[in-house]
Ligand binder design. Structure first.
Ligand SMILES: CC(C)(COP(=O)(O)OP(=O)(O)OC[C@H]1O[C@@H](n2cnc3c(N)ncnc32)[C@H](O)[C@@H]1OP(=O)(O)O)[C@@H](O)C(=O)NCCC(=O)NCCS
Length: 409
């Protein structure tokens, strides 16, 4: 088996995911992804005709995201018609999965140069998600009454006994670390500015962080998912909180601790990573920054939904013959504060090894695009600290987790 080398990666800035407010909200996601692809091409200097596939994650799959956004972005970028693209869906883990599949094609010896990435315009999400995870399939809902993710996060906090203070303290840390990373220019190397069609700059910096966030500044924020959890919506036999209590009878109420300040931000963006076989890289003068050492996926209880980063990390470590002590840095998606706190408890990771550059609470989580962004962030941080190995993990809808171990070359 050959290795899959990470040559380089880029990403768009993350724009606030509100129509008419966010700086990327008016730009079609195909256009955003196309500009990221060209940013990668310009940074590395490869020939797009050599790219055997662009694998992209997307967590929506409808409207402007519909069908195969990877191929459409390739065409929009003006790349040769011979360069294909494929889009996949593993909820929030879509982009990380895209990088894994891109690496697997190379490791299997079937491909030489593949891009793994992802794109999401959360500005385009409809405000009323009436279809839910089970897509109106009553048969499935009766077996797994999947609940909105914010309530799943509150359920984790309830079961783990994370207080509002615990999750807020984590969120303050995310903002502080993000602020420091931005001030020190740690993201600058991977950022591709995004332009409107008329050539005017749309965005060249992350738009979601709130520097100066403190425990006090978040004190007045109301829980975002309490009303949703306690309301019996039309056609529902039980409230979402009732479902939690039925499945986890050890709790007598759901403690709603998540709010706008300690949940991942709703944002727009795209990211892409160029992967190569060692032979192709050497023959074409491409310098590698890291290799994909191992990838894994895991499934866990789907109603609580967001607990699988720990199991995915464990599978990944076991398959690699490693322990958590072999990992220098952990990058765990901050879908909600309780998700990272639970991961730390599951795996036993110290504060100074996890999400050291900040994360999605401050920066935002553009669903299908987040995976490649996390990989780039932690790779840059490994280089900055001159360390070797990182583990990236994410929770996803449907109760799954994705994990990747990368190693600098
Ligand atoms: C939690 C959530 C519902 C909040 O949405 P929202 O109310 O639209 O959030 P906003 O960013 O507009 O913030 C609302 C208000 O909170 C306040 N606020 C947000 N962050 C703050 C902070 N760090 N400090 C102080 N106040 C803050 C602000 O007053 C803000 O209003 P403003 O934008 O007018 O200043 C949304 O962020 C969410 O759904 N996140 C999770 C997304 C998700 O599920 N992803 C998949 C995960 S697996």
């Amino acid at each position: 088996m050959t290795e899959a080398w990470i040559i380089d990666g880029v990403r768009s800035p993350r724009g606030r995911g509100k129509p008419g407010v966010g700086s990327l909200s008016e730009i079609h996601p195909q256009r955003v992804m196309a500009q990221v692809l060209n940013g990668l091409k310009d940074k590395v200097g490869f020939d797009p005709a050599d790219v055997e596939d662009v694998v992209a994650g997307n967590g929506s799959g409808t409207g402007d995201h519909a069908h195969d956004i990877a191929r459409m972005s390739v065409l929009d970028a003006g790349w040769p018609i011979t360069t294909p693209g494929v889009t996949l869906h593993r909820f929030c883990g879509s982009g990380q999965q895209a990088v894994s599949f891109a690496a697997m094609g190379i490791m299997a010896g079937h491909q030489n140069l593949v891009i793994g990435g992802g794109v999401e315009s959360m500005s385009r999400y409809s405000p009323d998600h009436t279809d839910g995870f089970t897509a109106n399939n009553q048969h499935l809902f009766e077996q797994y009454p999947l609940i909105p993710q914010g309530i799943s996060a509150d359920l984790i906090a309830t079961l783990e006994d994370f207080s509002r203070e615990d999750v807020d303290a984590y969120a303050v840390r995310s903002q502080e670390r993000t602020e420091r990373s931005i001030e020190e220019g740690r993201f600058a190397d991977s950022l591709v500015p995004i332009y409107h069609d008329d050539g005017k700059l749309a965005l060249d910096r992350d738009e979601h962080p709130r520097p100066g966030t403190t425990m006090e500044s978040m004190e007045g924020l109301k829980p975002s998912f309490e009303k949703m959890g306690t309301t019996k919506f039309e056609g529902q036999a039980r409230t979402f909180d009732d479902i939690c209590k039925d499945i986890y009878p050890e709790i007598d109420k759901v403690s709603h601790v998540h709010h706008a300040g300690n949940s991942s931000g709703v944002v727009d963006g795209a990211g892409a990573i160029l992967l190569s076989s060692p032979d192709f890289a050497k023959a074409h003068g491409l310098k590698a920054r890291a290799r994909i050492h191992m990838t894994a996926t895991a499934g866990a209880e789907p109603v609580i939904m967001l607990t699988a980063p720990g199991p995915a990390a464990e599978i990944c470590l076991n398959k690699a013959g490693m322990t958590k002590d072999d990992i220098d840095l952990f990058e765990i998606n901050e879908a909600f504060a309780a998700v990272v706190l639970r991961f730390q408890r599951d795996i036993g990771v110290e504060d100074d090894k996890i999400n050291v550059s900040g994360g999605a609470i401050a920066l935002g989580h553009p669903i299908g695009a987040t995976g490649p962004m996390l990989i780039q962030t932690v790779l840059s941080e490994l280089e900055r600290q001159d360390k070797s190995t990182a583990l990236i993990a994410m929770c996803t809808g449907g109760g799954m987790g994705t994990a990747t171990i990368i190693e600098r070359i």
